[in-house]
Design a protein around this ligand. Sequence first.
Ligand SMILES: Cc1ncc(COP(=O)(O)O)c(C=O)c1O
Length: 374
Amino acid sequence: MSQAEFALDEGLCYLNHAAVSPWPQRTVRAVERFADENARLGSRHFVRWQQIEQELRDYLRQLINAADIEEIALLKSTSEALSVVAWGIDWQAGDQVVITDQEFPSNRIVWESLRCLGVEVIEADISKRRDSAESAVIDAITARTRLVSVSAVQYSSGLALDLVAIGAACRRREVAFCVDAIQSIGARPFDVQACQADFVMADGHKWMLGPEGLALFYCRREWLSRLMLRQYGWHMVEAMGDFDNRDWQPAHSARRFECGSPNMLGTHALHASVSLLLEIGSQKIHELISEKASYLIDKLNKNGFNILSEVHPDRRAGIITFERPGVNTSDLYDYLQAQGVICALRGGGIRFSPHFYTPEAVLERALSLVLAFE
Ligand SMILES: Cc1ncc(COP(=O)(O)O)c(C=O)c1O
C-alpha cells in the first residue's frame, strides 16, 4: 500500500527525508485537485477549504497527542514558531535559556537574538555526555533558567533525547519547555502530554512528507494568553470575518498566532500527507525506519565506516551519519549526488535518512555505491 504512494524516479536513491521529502501520490493529487478547483471556481468553496484546515489541525493534534485542537496553530516554519515563543515571553535581564551544543541554527539563533534584552543562552554539552545527554540538559538548569529548548532529534547526530525526563525536570522547576520536533514528528511517536512540553514546532516538509512553508505550532493552553503577541492581522482575532468590529480581541485559541490569510495550498497538501502517516501509525513507521537504520548501520560498521550518529535503537530516529577513514567525505558526497543518491553532508559526514517506505533495494544500491567509491 505505502509503496504505491511513492513515485520516485527509478535509479534515484532518496535518502534525504531529514532535509526535504518527496510527496506521496495522494498529496500530489490533492494539490492537482486544488489547482484545478482554483482555476475553475476560484474560492467558491472556501468554507470547505476551512473544513480541510480544521481537519488538518485535528490530524496534527492526533499525531502529537495534544489534548485540544485549540492548542494547534499553523505557521509557516519551525523557525517562525520558535520566534513566536522567543519574542512572546516577558524576559528580564539575567534570565537564562538552556539549549544544547548540537542544535540546528534555528534553535540557537532565536535565543541568541534575546541577548539584547539581557537574556543569557547556556549550551548544555550533550556531545561530551552522549550517554547522559538528558542529565547534561537538566544539570544546566539554574535558578535563573526560564526556558529549556531542545530538538527532539538532533539534525546531524540523530540523537533522540528522552523528552519525558527533561519535561518532568522542567515542570518540577517551573521552567518552560520548548521542543523543536521537526526531526521527530512523522518519524517516531511523539506525545506532547507525556513529555509535558509547553511549545512544540515542526515544519511539514521533512518526516511529515508535506510541502515546505507550513508548520505545526503547539502551544499548551496555559501559555496561550501568556505569550505576548508580535504579529497582528484580521485572521488572529476572536471574531474573525467580522470586519466592522472595532473592538477586537485576540482569538482564545492558538489561531491568535496566525495573523493573516492561511496557506491553503500547503494546507491541502499537508492534510493529505498527514492522513497517510495516521493511517500507518507512528509506532509502525518508527519500527520500519528503525529496521532500515539498523540495516545501514550494520553494513557500514562491517565495512569499516565510522558511524558518527547515534546507534542505539531507542536513541535514534531516521538519521544515520557516517564517514569512511581515508576517504574525503565531501568527494564521496559529490560522487553520491552524481550517482543519484540523494543525501546530505552534515556534521562532518554523509547523512542518510530513509523513511518507512524506502525500499531495501534503494538501501542496497546506495551502500554498494558508497563501498565502490575509492
Ligand atoms: C532541527 C531543525 N530545526 C529547524 C529546522 C528548520 O526548519 P524551518 O525551515 O521549518 O524553520 C531544521 C531544518 O533542517 C532542523 O533540522
